[in-house]
Design a protein around this ligand. Structure first.
Ligand code: NAD
Ligand code: DAU
Length: 353
C-alpha cells in the first residue's frame, strides 16, 4: 500500500509525513518542488527508512506525476503543495496562480487519468484529499458566527483567492468526473518545523536574536490556532472515514488576537530563556504598517468533523505553544540552517538544483 503526498517537505506536509512514517509501514512517496519553503532537514530522521521516497518535482508536471502514479500505484493522493504565505502573495501573486491553481489543475488531470484506469475495487477505494484553508471564507466581524462548511467563499488575498480556485476545481472534478475527493479547510497551524516567515516562528526567532517583534496594525486581528499535529490527525481521520465529495472544517477552538499570541510567546521565553539584561522580551514589540486587505478575524466551527468523524484537537493553545517554543529552543541546527539559508545550499549540493 502506498500514498502520494505532495508538499511533504513543507511545514504541515513535513509534520504529516513524519507522523505517518512513525505510525505506519505504508510507503509514502513525497513529491515536493523544494521552493524556498521546502526543507529536507525536516525529513532528516527518515534517512534510511524504507517507507519514505522523496522526489523533487512540481505538481504541475503532468508527465512526472503520471509516471509516479503508474510506478507506485498509490491508494490516495494527499495534496499539501502550495504557495502558502499571504504577504508573499501580495508582493508577487504569479507563483500562487501557477502552483495553487494551474498546478492543482494539472495534478487533478493526472490523477483522474490514473484513477479512471484502476480496476474497480481499487477505483472505489481511491481518495484525493485536498488540504485547504479557512481563508477562502474571507473575514469575520467580532460578532459573526465562526465559518462552517456552508459559509460562502469570499477570499480577500491573492493567496486565499488561489486556494479558493483550487477548492472549486477539486469540487468540480468530483461532481463532473466522479473523482473521489475530500477537502479540509483548516485554521492557522503552529508547531515544529514552521518556516520563520509566519507570525509564531518569526516572533520566537526574532525575540531570541534581539530583533523587533513586528505587529501589523493594531495587533487585534484574530486567528484560530491549531497545533500542527492535531491538523495531521484530522487529515488522517478524513482520509480514513470522510464522506466523498464533502468538505471538513478543521480548527482549534483557540481564537486569539495577534498581540496576545506575541505576549504569550514573550512570557514563555522570559521563563524558559530569560534575556541577559533581565528585561522582558515584550520590550521588543514594534508596531508596523498593516498588511493590505488584512482579514480581521478567522474562526472555525469544527463541529462537523467532531460529530461525523470523532476528531477533536488534543492540544489547547497553552500546551501547544509551550511545546512549540521549547522545540525552537531545542532544535538549534534546524533553526540555524533555515535562518542561514544553509538548507538551500544542501539541496543544491544534493540535487544539483
Ligand atoms: P509551506 O509553504 O510550509 O509548504 C509548502 C510546500 O509545498 C513546500 O515544501 C514547497 O516546496 C512545496 N511546493 C510549493 N509549490 C510546489 C509545487 N508546484 N509542486 C510541488 N511542491 C510544491 O506550507 P504549509 O504551511 O505547510 O501549508 C501546506 C498546505 O496547507 C497548503 O496547501 C496551505 O494552503 C494549507 N494550509 C496551511 C495552513 C497554515 O497555517 N500553514 C492552514 C491551513 C491550510
Ligand atoms: O488561516 C490559515 C492560514 O494561516 C493559512 O492558509 C496560511 O497558509 C498561513 O500562512 C496562515 O495565514 P496568516 O496570514 O493568518 O498567517 P501569518 O503567520 O502570516 O500571520 C498571522 C497573523 O499575524 C496575521 O493576522 C498577520 C499577523 N502578522 C504576521 C506577521 C508575519 C503580524 O502581525 N506580524 C508579522 O510579522
Amino acid at each position: 500500500m502506498t500514498v502520494l503526498v505532495t508538499g511533504g517537505a513543507g511545514f504541515i506536509g513535513g509534520n504529516f509525513v513524519l507522523d505517518w512514517c512513525a505510525g505506519s509501514d505504508e510507503l509514502v512517496v513525497n513529491l515536493d518542488k523544494l521552493t524556498y519553503a521546502g526543507n529536507l532537514d525536516t525529513l532528516s530522521t527518515l534517512k534510511g527508512r524504507d517507507n519514505h521516497v522523496f522526489v523533487q518535482g512540481d505538481i504541475g508536471d503532468k508527465v512526472l506525476v503520471t509516471k509516479l502514479l503508474n510506478e507506485y500505484q498509490p491508494r490516495a493522493v494527499i495534496n499539501f503543495a502550495a504557495e502558502s504565505h499571504v504577504d508573499r502573495s501580495i508582493h508577487g501573486p504569479a507563483d500562487f496562480i501557477e502552483t495553487n491553481i494551474v498546478g492543482t489543475f494539472n495534478l487533478l488531470e493526472a490523477v483522474r487519468a490514473y484513477w479512471s484506469d484502476l480496476p474497480s475495487d481499487h477505483k472505489a477505494a481511491f481518495r484525493f484529499l485536498h488540504v485547504s484553508t479557512d481563508e477562502v471564507y474571507g473575514t469575520l466581524s467580532a460578532t459573526d458566527e465562526p465559518f462552517s462548511e456552508t459559509t460562502s467563499y469570499e477570499p480577500n488575498s491573492p493567496y486565499s483567492a488561489s486556494k479558493a480556485a483550487s477548492d472549486h476545481l477539486v469540487r468540480a472534478w468530483h461532481h463532473t468526473y466522479g473523482l473521489p475527493v475530500l477537502t479540509t479547510n483548516c485554521s492557522n497551524n503552529y508547531g515544529p518545523y514552521h518556516f520563520p516567515e509566519k507570525l509564531i516562528p518569526l516572533v520566537i526567532l526574532n525575540a531570541l536574536a534581539g530583533k523587533p517583534l513586528p505587529i501589523y496594525g493594531d495587533g487585534q486581528q484574530i486567528r484560530d490556532w491549531l497545533f500542527v499535529k492535531d491538523h495531521c490527525a484530522a487529515i488522517r481521520r478524513v482520509l480514513e472515514a470522510g464522506r466523498l465529495g464533502e468538505t471538513y472544517n478543521v480548527g482549534g477552538w483557540n481564537e486569539k488576537a495577534n498581540l496576545d499570541v506575541v505576549n504569550t510567546i514573550c512570557t514563555l521565553l522570559d521563563e524558559l530563556k530569560p534575556r541577559a539584561d533581565g528585561k522582558g522580551y515584550a520590550e521588543q514589540i514594534t508596531y508596523v504598517t498593516d498588511r493590505p486587505g488584512h482579514d480581521r478575524r478567522y474562526a472555525i466551527d469544527a463541529r462537523k468533523i467532531e460529530r461525523d468523524l470523532g476528531w477533536k484537537p488534543a492540544e489547547t493553545f497553552d500546551t501547544g505553544i509551550r511545546k512549540t517554543v521549547q522545540w525552537y529552543l531545542d532544535n538549534h541546527e534546524w533553526v540555524q540552517n533555515v535562518t542561514s539559508g544553509g538548507y538551500r545550499e544542501w539541496t543544491a549540493k544534493q540535487y544539483g538544483a
